[in-house]
Design a protein around this ligand. Structure first.
Ligand code: NAP
Length: 259
């Protein structure tokens, strides 16, 4: 059965920049009603002024009351949610010891806690909208332990949470997808360091992730890596760990996260 996006209700977190902004544009472009959520209200209002069908909503994903208020608004105004794109996230810094504890816990709370909070708040609305979709924007760093440690841990958490719910929520008519982007140039992830290396050629733009979100909504896939060539690294990690480790050490020296 084809999943026609026209007129369906989507919620996108982290909608004020980068991948979230591109995703809102993409989904509004195919006729979805899109609730665009983030903390920077001015950005969301500018997006809504530009695009019909976009509803700005200020919410911090670390605040359960704020997430519940977003769900309550969607319930009041639409009664259902057909697509939830959990995209809000931060990069976090290196983890060397006690001084980095707060940053690490904050990263886990935004990236993993935020996804769990939104899934909890929207579960019944997604069931009401079945067949419905969840797209959790994890990362290749959620498949390979590279980059800042708490960031990788948060994304491994999102991958595990998504994989388990893809199985258990299937019977409710909700497909749950882990979407794993590689290096993408955005405000929060400038990729400035990696762009100064030969690996800079791997850096992509937010549009390719937005296109992948639209594809996942249409297909109901439960896993997607974008660009797809990163899957080779994941396979290598399992089939030839020493070769993978040698490559990962070089990539770790190249950076590839916030700056
Ligand atoms: N760029 C990459 O290379 C890359 C690769 C793999 C995965 N990802 C993932 O893609 C997602 C989007 O990142 P991006 O690259 O597009 O970065 P970005 O441009 O910095 O966007 C991050 C978004 O998250 C929002 N956000 C941050 N903290 C939030 C909070 N507490 N509550 C609500 N919203 C919050 C920000 O909005 P406000 O500040 O307005 O709240 C912003 O809209 C993240 O989950 C990231 O981990 C990125």
């Amino acid at each position: 059965m084809t999943w026609d996006p026209r007129g369906k209700v989507a919620v996108v977190t982290g909608a004020s920049s980068g991948i979230g902004d591109a995703t809102v544009r993409r989904l509004a472009g195919v006729g979805m009603v899109v609730y665009a959520a983030a903390r920077r209200t001015d950005r969301l209002e500018a997006l809504a002024a530009e695009l019909p069908g976009v509803v700005p909503h200020t919410a911090d994903v670390t605040d359960q009351d704020a997430v519940d208020a977003l769900a309550a608004r969607v319930r009041d105004e639409r009664g259902v949610c057909h697509a939830l794109v959990n995209n809000a996230g931060i990069g976090g810094g290196v983890f060397n010891g006690r001084d980095d504890l707060d940053d690490a816990l904050r990263t886990l709370d935004v990236n993993l806690g935020g996804v769990v909070r939104c899934m909890a708040a929207f579960a019944d609305l997604l069931e009401a909208g079945a067949p419905s979709r969840v797209v959790n924007v994890a990362s290749v760093a959620g498949k390979l332990g590279i980059g800042p440690a708490a960031y990788a841990a948060s994304k491994f958490g999102v991958v595990g949470f998504s994989e388990a719910l893809a199985l258990s929520w299937r019977s409710r008519g909700i497909t749950v997808c882990q979407l794993n982007p590689g290096y993408i140039e955005t405000e929060g992830f400038t990729q400035a360091q990696i762009k100064r290396t030969p690996l800079g050629r791997l850096v992509g733009q937010p549009d390719i992730v937005a296109d992948a979100v639209a594809d996942v909504l249409a297909s109901g896939r439960t896993e997607r890596t974008v660009p797809t060539f990163y899957r080779a690294f994941v396979t290598l990690r399992h089939l030839a760990p020493p070769v993978y480790t040698a490559i990962a050490r070089r990539m770790a020296r190249s950076g590839g996260t916030r700056d």
